[in-house]
Structures are given as structure tokens and as C-alpha cells.
Design a protein around this ligand. Structure first.
Ligand code: ZN
Length: 387
């Protein structure tokens, strides 16, 4: 039971070659997606969908700079480092000894570049977000629950080694049952050897796609589970949250066994994905951060490395490094209209945190509080230092 094709415009598909998996923040290696055949072969692989206009990214050197062509033909944004107004510090080393802030929510310091581009999006602060944000379930039973690879988040390319990522990778072991993240109906179950769901055939290997009642901007969300070893449902099956769909495997372009979880609003359009971290329920007692890294003039700035530090509950005890991510790269990577986010930190125990740019650019940091089940929205601006 395949819904009719959506009329949304196709966007480009960017490929990045890879031959290595990236370690996760937890120190475990999470097998990720790669392009088979190495750098030369992958770029020559034709896209089987005639309507897709693939744009291949250039060398690793251009990543994040926004010089690459985009499907929309938009004018690339110059590197923010050339326009940020703050005086760069002598080192990009995060300051770990700053005292905890008493400010419970983010209050960005005003600056000349604070163009308010998010008038229709949720403002900075702590939100009980509108469904379906943080309302869908998790793709494993509690006993098998694992977090997503932090070094290969949605919209990243694993530091230049991997494909532009349209989903999240969860490093559960081979054979672990994969479960539906919400009630819905199976719209595809099988392999993609003759039916493309990504930029090429044999990309996801064995996959299941479930269409949910949850809607985003008026469109039903679908969840896609890729690289499965076995598929235990059939097209048309009605499933409930936590029903088993199949088992973790390493089929398609996977480097090794892991689950590739994707959220999209068009069953076959690789350019219509969203960050799953925004929709899966946090663990008990945890919340999530949705961040907006912007450059000069308030425009979303791609490829910026952002670190997350937890502030100690003890005054003056400093902060602890928790995780690191990168803001979404250009390409068919979508921000949600409600959040306009371009980086996320999911599954965070409630508490006080600091997000900070740590890739050598001008210092930029903000404090943010996380509450159980809530979504904390924060905008990270050039030159900002709060606290
Ligand atoms: Zn993946």
C-alpha cells in the first residue's frame, strides 16, 4: 500500500565517500554508511531516479563552507569566520572552569547581527514542544536501547569521511530486534535492489518504512529502518509502537551492523528527511536540546562544531565535556519550520549545560537548561558569550 507520490520538489543528493566507521562519543565504534567502490566509483554511480538532480560535493576541503552548489541555486553563504565581529581568542580550547550561571534559560546578548530570522519558530527557552516533537518512541525495546552516534549526526558527513547523513545510526548488535517508533502502517518492507529509497539502489539493503498518523506541517511522518538483517513485516501490515519490524544487520551500504533510522515525510524522497533526534522520546528523566547555530545576519551556518558541557551542581565546580556535534551541512538536509534547528543534543539528563563553538572560530557560547521530557531551544550567535 504505497501512497501516491508527493508533489514536493526533489532536492539534490550529496555524496561523501568513506571507508571507515567513526567512533561514537561513548567510545564505541558505530558502523556507519559508506559508498561502495571508493571515492571514484561512488561519484560515478548513476542515480536510478531520473527525477533526482544529484549534486556531488567537492573535496573535503569545501565542507561546511557553503561553497558547494545547492539544489535551490541559492547564493552560498561566505564563511562566517570572515564576518564574525568577535575578536578570536588565542585558543579554541573550551573553558572548563567558568562558574555556573544563575540564568535558567538562554538570553542571547544583543548584537548588531541579531537579525531575528526565527519569528515563526519557537523562541529560545524550554518548551513542552507541540507533537510530534519528542512524542515518537524509540526503535529498540528498553533492554536494547542505545543512543545514536554523536560523531555522525543528522546532516553531517562524519568529518568528511562519510555520506551526508540523512538519519541517525544506532549501534545495536546484529540480530537485535528493531521496533516501530509509533503506531502506523508498513508502506514498504523488503530490499531496495529494484526500488530506490536513497541515492542509489542497494543503499539501505533490507528496509522497512512505516507511515504514521503523526503529522509535521500537514504531512504524515514516516520512519525508515535501514540495513536490516531480517524483515519480519509485510507491506500493508498495521503495526503498533514497539512491534518488531525486523532485526539489526549490515545490508546495503552499511559498514557493519547498525540501525539507520530516518524520518521523512515522503516515502521515496531522499530529500525529504528530518532529524530523528527531534521526534524520538528522550529517556526517562532526560530532555533534548535543539540548537540554531547562526552566522552573520542570522543565517544558519553549516558545518560548525559545537560541544556540549554539563555544569556541575556545585558552585564553582566547573563543567564537564559531554558530547560534540556539527551544525547541518548544506544539501537536502532539512530544518523543521517550527524550530529552524541545525544541531541537536538528544537524551540529556536534566540539568544545566553550556553549548559552545569549539572549532577554532570566534568564541561563541550559551547556557541552556534541560528539563525532563522538554525541548530546550538555543540560538548560538557569533561573538556571543553567555554566561
Ligand atoms: Zn546512517
Amino acid at each position: 500500500m504505497i501512497p501516491p507520490a508527493d508533489d514536493a520538489p526533489r532536492t539534490s543528493v550529496a555524496l561523501r565517500d568513506s571507508s571507515t566507521a567513526q567512533p561514537s562519543a561513548a567510545g564505541t565504534r558505530v558502523a556507519s554508511d559508506r559508498v561502495r567502490g571508493g571515492s571514484g566509483d561512488s561519484a560515478a554511480t548513476p542515480d536510478v531516479r531520473a527525477s533526482a538532480s544529484d549534486t556531488r560535493r567537492g573535496s573535503a576541503g569545501d565542507e561546511g563552507a557553503g561553497e558547494g552548489p545547492t539544489a535551490e541555486g541559492t547564493t552560498p553563504t561566505p564563511r562566517a569566520t570572515a564576518t564574525e565581529q568577535a575578536t578570536p581568542g588565542p585558543s579554541s580550547t573550551p573553558t572548563l572552569t567558568s562558574p555556573p550561571s544563575e540564568t535558567p534559560t538562554v538570553t542571547p546578548a544583543p548584537s548588531a547581527t541579531d537579525t531575528p530570522l526565527f519569528l515563526d519558530a519557537l523562541p529560545d527557552g524550554i518548551h513542552n514542544p507541540p507533537p510530534p516533537f519528542l512524542r515518537l518512541g524509540r526503535p529498540f525495546l528498553p533492554a536494547n536501547d542505545v543512543g545514536a552516534s554523536a560523531t555522525y549526526p543528522y546532516g553531517s558527513d562524519g568529518g568528511g569521511w562519510l555520506l551526508l547523513h540523512h538519519g541517525l545510526d544506532l549501534g545495536a548488535g546484529a540480530g537485535v530486534p528493531v521496533t516501530a517508533i509509533a503506531d502506523g502502517q508498513v508502506v514498504y518492507a523488503g530490499d531496495d535492489s529494484a526500488d530506490a529509497f536513497g541515492p542509489q539502489l542497494d543503499f539501505y539493503g533490507n528496509l522497512v518504512v512505516v507511515r504514521h498518523g503523526a503529522r509535521l506541517d500537514g504531512r504524515n511522518l514516516l520512519s525508515l529502518y535501514g540495513h536490516l538483517a531480517t524483515v519480519n513485516v509485510a507491506q500493508g501490515d498495521v503495526v503498533r509502537e514497539a512491534d518488531e519490524l525486523g532485526t539489526v544487520g549490515g545490508t546495503g551500504i552499511a559498514l557493519g551492523p547498525h540501525l539507520h533510522l530516518e524520518i521523512r515525510d515522503d516515502v521515496r524522497d531522499y530529500g525529504r528527511t528530518f532529524n530523528p533526534a527531534l521526534f524520538t522520546r528522550p529517556r526517562e528523566g532526560a530532555g533534548a536540546i535543539a540548537g540554531r547555530r547562526v552566522g552573520a545576519y542570522g543565517r544558519a551556518e553549516p558545518g560548525i562544531t559545537v560541544a556540549l558541557f554539563r555544569e556541575s551542581d556545585e558552585a564553582g565546580a566547573g563543567t564537564t565535556w559531554i558530547a560534540e556535534t556539527r551544525s547541518y551541512l548544506w544539501g537536502p538536509i532539512n530544518r523543521t519550520s517550527a524550530l529552524q534547528e541545525n544541531f541537536t543534543f538528544p537524551d540529556l539528563p536534566a540539568g544545566r549545560y553550556v553549548v559552545e563553538r569549539v572549532d577554532g572560530g570566534p568564541r561563541s557560547r550559551a547556557s541552556v537548561r534541560v528539563e525532563p521530557g522538554a525541548l530546550s531551544v538555543v540560538t548560538l550567535r557569533p561573538g556571543q558569550s553567555n554566561p
